[in-house]
Ligand binder design. Structure first.
Ligand SMILES: [Zn+2]
Length: 193
């Protein structure tokens, strides 16, 4: 079941089921390199789904492969010939994410070129960092995918009889403020529930 709503400038899509059920929609977003925030309770399999989408992308052109090789070499890393999925931790610095000189040469975004930059626990990244990555992603052909849980305790989209949400009204209010800001950083948000 699919439900699409548009709130202000960002589009929200709701898929009922698991991460796997969101695959067709995510494939379309990947093709368009449209940044997306996936909102799901733990165990939805977001990382696995993301990897399968990147693996199914068309083969790299010679130019793309050359760029990737150069980017990994600049970072002192080995590139294994595949489209990359980079998943930096939320404690990463601006330099680590975007390269200290702003040329995106050695940061995680540069290493995610022609593949995906996966920002798990996207709500935990320092304010402004996610927006900066989304904005710069076009330059390197990276698809930016964020993931976050639907509430502070993470259980809001789980079966409430088995894993009830334990968030207090105060926790929920604080969460919604941060979440509201995060949603605006992405072109789209996809709720898997
Ligand atoms: Zn909760």
């Amino acid at each position: 079941m699919l439900n699409i709503t548009s709130v202000a400038s960002s589009v929200t899509l709701t898929v009922v089921g698991s991460g796997r059920d969101a695959l067709p929609y995510l494939r379309n977003l990947a093709e368009a390199r449209a940044s997306v925030l996936i909102v799901a309770s733990p165990g939805a399999g977001v990382a696995t789904v993301l990897r399968s989408i990147v693996e199914a992308m068309p083969p790299l052109t010679h130019e793309q492969a050359y760029e990737l090789q150069a980017a990994y070499k600049a970072a002192g890393l080995e590139w294994h010939g595949e489209r990359p999925v980079r998943a930096p931790h939320h404690t990463i610095s601006d330099a680590g994410l975007l390269d200290e000189r702003g040329h995106y040469r050695r940061g995680e975004l540069s290493l995610a070129r022609h593949g995906a930059l996966f920002l798990d626990d996207a709500i935990e990244f320092r304010r402004g960092r996610v927006a900066a990555a989304v904005k710069a992603a076009d330059k390197v052909g990276a698809w930016v995918v964020g993931a976050c849980v639907p509430c502070a305790c993470g259980h809001a989209y789980h079966d409430q009889t088995r894993w009830p949400c334990t968030c207090t009204p105060a926790l929920t209010a604080a969460w919604e403020r941060r979440f509201g800001a995060l949603v605006r950083d992405f072109a789209m948000s996809l709720h898997v529930r």
